[in-house]
Each structure stands twice: as C-alpha cells, then as structure tokens.
Design a protein around this ligand. Structure first.
Ligand code: CA
Length: 222
C-alpha cells in the first residue's frame, strides 16, 4: 500500500497543487485546513508523514508540531514563509524533521518526502522515555538494555508506543495487534500485558504500562 501523507495547510490552492504532485508520485494524500483538524486527522488516520504549514488560522504550526510529537513519531516537514534562523531552530526543537521555505519547487518537496520516508523505513526508532523500539530490527531497549519480547509482545508494545499516553480499549488492541482475530471474552491481551510487565519490572520499568480500570491500557509517557 502507498504511504499515506497528511497535508495540514489552510491555503486551498497550495494544498491542491501539493496533493496533485504527491499523488502523481504515487502517494495517498489526505488534507486538513487547520491545526485542530490536522491533529485529529493525524491521530485517527496515522499517516506515514505530515506536511505542515507554519501559518495556520487557529494555531502556530510549531505548536501543532509539538503536540503531534508528544504522541507520535511521524516525520514532519514544515512549510514556512519565514526565513529566520531563530524560527528554524525553534522548529527543530519542536521535533520537526525538515522544513521548506515558501516559495519552493514541488519537485523539491517530493524529494524531501521521499528522503524522510526512506529514513523511517530503514531506521525508524520510537522513543518514549527510557524505552526505545526499533520496529524494522525487532529490537526493544529499555534504559539501553535489550528486552527480549515475543513477536506478539513486540507488536503490542509497538502499537501502544506509537501513541504513548493514549488509552486503548481491549477491543482496539485486539483489532490493532491481532486483527480482531481472537475469540470473544479472550484474556489473551491481559496475559500478554502481564508477561510483558514482568519482563520490564526487572529493569526498573515497573509502571511502564498503565492499566486504566474499566477501559484498557496505555503506555506511560514518562
Ligand atoms: Ca497558511
């Protein structure tokens, strides 16, 4: 499946040309016209990359990047009309991966998109506090120590870590990790959580996975 790209930009003309160009390059594209709907869309659709305009009607793009970065490791390319060094530094602080100053060539944007996606493909790292997950290498580190997880435990932890802090219901987890392929009232999710917790406990990782009574599970953000 083609990577999904989210464009967050209030100027519809710009959105339209970027969308067209990216679709020509073989990507799937979704769009949002302001920061709030951009954040919601990013949360719901989990795009492979976000193109973010800095001048949005509701929030400063840097603020959106910061909020996005709190819960997701998705690559972010910012489009900025400004050309000050200060601005660029604060963007990088906000967790932005790359930026382009308007006006820019569409080919340039597509090339940057390709580079970011390639980086992720080969070496995506999900970091949450002391936890580090390398999905492509099937490697999980906590405080620099390797934690040996079963393939399903690994998938489960990666699933939670992609949006740390977010509370997932058992149904969402079953759907996301087992494709909903479990018998009704199965306790497989709870059993895997318990086993995984036991592995982290010895590493001072106690409390890494939070049980939210009556709802489900979440990964602690600290
Ligand atoms: Ca704008």
């Amino acid at each position: 499946m083609e990577p999904l790209i989210l464009i967050v930009e209030d100027n519809q003309d710009i959105t339209k040309v970027i969308k067209y160009e990216l679709e020509q390059a073989g990507y799937q594209v979704i769009t949002a016209g302001d920061g709030v709907s951009g954040l919601t869309t990013a949360r719901e659709r989990m795009p492979s990359l976000v193109i973010l305009d800095l001048g949005l009607p509701d929030f400063d793009g840097a603020e959106i990047a910061r909020r996005l970065r709190k819960t997701s490791a998705v690559p972010i390319i910012v489009l900025t009309a400004m050309d000050e060094v200060d601005c660029k530094v604060s963007l990088l602080d906000a967790g932005v991966d790359d930026y382009l100053t308007k006006p820019f060539h569409l080919e340039e944007l597509v090339a940057r998109v390709r580079v970011q996606l390639r980086h992720r493909q080969h070496g995506e790292v999900i970091s949450v506090g002391q936890l580090e997950i390398h999905p492509q290498k099937h490697l999980c580190l906590f405080g620099g120590h390797e934690v040996r997880l079963s393939p399903k435990e690994f998938d489960l932890l990666t699933f939670l870590a992609r949006q740390p802090g977010r509370v997932y219901s058992r149904e969402e987890i079953e759907h996301g990790v087992w494709n909903g392929d479990l018998p009704t009232n199965s306790n497989v999710v709870d059993v895997h959580m318990a086993n995984m917790r036991a592995k982290f406990r010895g590493l001072d990782g106690y409390g890494l996975i939070r049980t939210v009574r009556g709802i489900g599970y979440a990964l602690k953000t600290l």
